[in-house]
Ligand binder design. Structure first.
Ligand code: BGC
Length: 731
């Protein structure tokens, strides 16, 4: 055996030899794909050329619940995803996992639901909100946010209405584009979802929707088209449902012909979680990345409830993809294309060059401020008879705050979009703060939220509420839904408020003539039982973590309400254009109302809604004048004729000329949110482009702008037109 000293000598001389060798051979040039100075296409090409067929196949499925497949040999990172769109949600598993108390919580700023953001009609605000979300994605060490949701609110009962931007394709497109651009500007990958026509939760994995080509193009596609053409979106998520007989994840018409060939999409298509049902058809249709993947997918796929719900998964594993290629059912070039599209987005987003390490701050004071402004702007004042609102602590000393949503913060609807904020302000606390120390605020539950437990008999609860209302100067009843009753995976059973809430409102209104109803819900509710008996109604949607402050601010006039409805409120579900064509039979649903969704249907059939699309009151008044049309420009002046500063959303609707096809009475083609001091006047202008005048011709498979006389209607809602004019498009 050698003495220790000799061993040390040998080791040192070996190290010296290695050192000499290292010095003798200069470090190899980094591969071109690692060079941030090179063009993205060059980097993609270079990297693809270095990958084995198996490595490319591996790119087509996730490695975990929310991670794509990394490649250690080539230094390809995983794309680390998180759900949104209203904030960053825990990414560690399905809702069952992340909702469990044992799972380490991930907290982030909770923005208002999409429907609330849309109610602001404030493009800049939507962008600021999305920037907050993207900054928090990075702060938490993730790369991709699974949003925005731009599906159209077709049926008031859809469980996910709250996530989207309402019933109008133009409005949804404007909001979606703003969100996507802001997220991408942060180097975060958005994923506009769910393509296409995910408009009901009922049997969402099995339902087959029959939708004609014109309706798809005029109603259900525009927000996705704008996402691709205007925002250059990096990723699109395909939907669970079938459209015209094919699953969205295996539909070449959707994923290749429409997205890529017609619109020029250059990013990747990601499946919804458990929305794949085949290997060959899925890849050949143009689906790039199947999620989830790896072991978490296998554990989840084996669960009886996963199968029962109709989830499909595990079809794009490397083995299956390789086998499909070697059997000639899938071309190698299709696999290369899919891997290339994923890599292109990764390079564009900077994931190779500036990985998001995490460890950053979330919920900063600036981010909270955005959440509060957003919550304020999202609130819609639906009714305010006799000027009951705003309340003042002078006039109303004692105020009763009642209802199942008063002392609990309903920040969002249920499912994958529900984030966990660090704190959330309840309406009760927000009202107390806004009312100030001189007000006497009393609280009563009144009725328990359906499905929750109050520990007291219903009669006793209601009597308590009536008593406090009776002895107060004003009563605020905060009603609505909960994430359990309104959320992903199930539709609402009816448009009515949950059990006992109508009765509570009626009882309180009977005890106090100054009753104000505040609704926290994600979609319209029936109000016919009590709407004529209460002087004021405020729609607060799900307002995120600052909802309570926003409600207090609006009720007490610290903020002048400015929200406008992005969806028509029918008097009853029967009045909704989709009524009778939902949820379908034997797993088939026909979108028989065609393009007449939302106000387009109410206008066509001349049905009086409870509150029209675009409606929303203010504490001030606005006067419209001087509509000028110098085609393609339309301008109008708006004056604040009241005594408070406020914002008005000026809406431009276009009524088409007599046409060779059936066209809606009018359609939203422009809007502008304008803030005015008392007495101030501003002129807003709109530029109409060819798209504003066109309809989709399903024979030509293209948009057609017909010549003729167009009527311009500018107003404060779709049924409150303040100025009209016309222009003629010559042949
Ligand atoms: C939802 C998607 C979501 C995904 C991941 C699905 O069930 O439909 O919107 O992004 O789950 O959580």
């Amino acid at each position: 055996m050698l003495p220790k000293i000799a061993l040390l000598f040998l080791a040192l001389s070996a190290a010296a030899v290695v050192g000499v060798r290292l010095r003798a051979q200069p470090a190899p040039e980094p591969a071109p794909y690692r060079n941030p100075a090179l063009d993205v296409e060059q980097r993609v090409k270079d990297l693809l050329a270095r990958m084995t067929p198996r490595e490319k196949a591996e790119m087509l499925a996730g490695s975990g619940w929310m991670e794509s497949q990394p490649n250690a040999r080539l230094g390809i990172p995983a794309i680390k995803m998180a759900d949104g769109p209203m904030g960053v949600r825990n990414w560690r598993g399905s809702s069952a996992v992340t909702n469990a108390a044992a799972t380490a919580p991930v907290t982030s700023t909770a923005m208002p639901a999409g429907i609330g953001m849309a109610s602001s009609w404030d493009i800049d605000l939507v962008a600021r909100g999305a920037s907050v979300v993207a900054q928090e994605v990075k702060a938490l060490g993730r790369d991709m946010i699974l949003g925005p949701t731009v599906n159209i609110n077709r049926v008031p009962l859809w469980g996910r209405n709250f996530e989207g931007y309402g019933e109008d394709p133009y409005l949804a497109a404007r909001m979606g584009v703003a969100y996507i651009k802001a997220v991408q500007a942060e180097g975060v990958i958005p994923s506009v979802k769910h393509f296409a026509a995910n408009n009901e939760e009922y049997e969402r994995h099995r339902i087959d929707e029959k939708i004609d080509e014109r309706t798809l193009n005029e109603i259900y596609f525009p927000a996705f088209k704008a996402a691709v053409e205007e925002a250059g979106v990096w990723a699109v998520m395909s939907a669970y449902n079938k459209v015209n007989g094919l699953y969205c994840a295996e539909d070449p018409y959707l994923l290749t012909d429409t997205l890529r060939k017609r619109w020029g999409f250059r990013g990747f298509v990601i499946s919804d979680w458990g929305s794949t049902y085949s290997t060959d058809a899925t890849i050949n249709a143009g689906m790039d990345l199947e999620m989830p993947g790896g072991e978490p997918m296998r554990i989840w796929a084996d669960k009886p409830e996963t199968k029962r719900d109709g989830n499909g998964s595990g079809w794009l594993t490397a083995d299956k993809v390789m086998e499909a290629v070697s059997a000639g059912r899938v071309r190698q070039s299709a696999v290369d294309d899919a891997a290339g599209r994923i890599l292109r987005v990764m390079f564009t987003a900077g994931l190779f060059d500036h990985p998001h390490a995490g460890g950053g701050e979330v919920d900063t004071p600036e981010q909270r401020q955005v959440a509060r402004t957003a919550a304020n702007e999202s609130i819609v004042l639906l009714k305010n008879s006799g000027g009951l609102l705003p309340l003042s602590a002078e006039r109303s000393r004692k105020i009763a705050v009642i209802g199942p949503n008063a002392a609990v913060a309903r920040t969002g609807g249920g499912g994958s979009s529900l984030v966990r904020p660090k704190y959330a302000i309840t309406p009760l606390d927000g009202i107390k703060e806004a009312a100030g120390p001189r007000a006497d605020i009393v609280h009563a539950l009144g009725v328990v939220m359906e499905g929750e437990d109050a520990g007291k008999p219903p009669r006793e609860l209601r009597e308590e509420a009536v008593t406090v209302a009776h002895h107060s100067d004003a009563a605020i009843v905060v009603v609505g839904y909960s994430p359990k009753l309104e959320g992903e995976g199930h539709d609402r059973l009816s448009m009515d408020l949950p059990a006992g809430q109508d009765e509570l409102i009626e009882a309180v209104a009977g005890a106090n003539k100054n009753t104000i109803v505040v609704v926290a819900a994600g979609a319209p509710v029936t109000m016919t039982k009590w709407i004529d008996r209460v002087p004021a109604v405020v729609y607060a949607w799900y307002g995120g973590q600052e909802a309570g402050h926003a409600i207090g601010d609006v009720l007490f006039g610290l903020v002048n309400p400015s929200g406008k409805l992005p969806v028509t409120f029918p008097k009853s579900f029967q009045d909704s254009p989709a009524y009778g064509h939902y949820p379908g039979e034997n797993l088939h649903v026909e979108y028989a109302e065609g393009i007449y969704v939302g106000y387009r249907g109410f206008d066509k059939h001349n049905i009086e809604p409870l509150f029209p699309f675009g409606h929303g009151l203010s504490y001030t008044t606005f006067v419209y004048s001087q509509l000028k049309i110098a085609f393609p420009t339309v301008s109008v002046s708006v004056r604040n004729s009241g005594t408070r500063a406020g914002a008005e959303v000026v809406q431009l609707y276009l009524q088409p000329p007599s046409s060779r096809v059936d066209r809606p009475v009018k359609e939203l083609k422009g809007f502008a949110r304008v803030t005015l001091e008392p007495g101030e006047t501003k002129t807003v202008s709109f530029t109409l482009d060819k798209a504003a005048m066109s309809y989709y011709d399903s024979a030509a498979h293209d948009w057609i702008a017909e010549p003729g006389r167009f009527r311009v209607q500018v107003g404060a809602s779709s049924r409150d037109i303040r100025a009209t004019g016309e222009f003629v498009v010559a042949k």
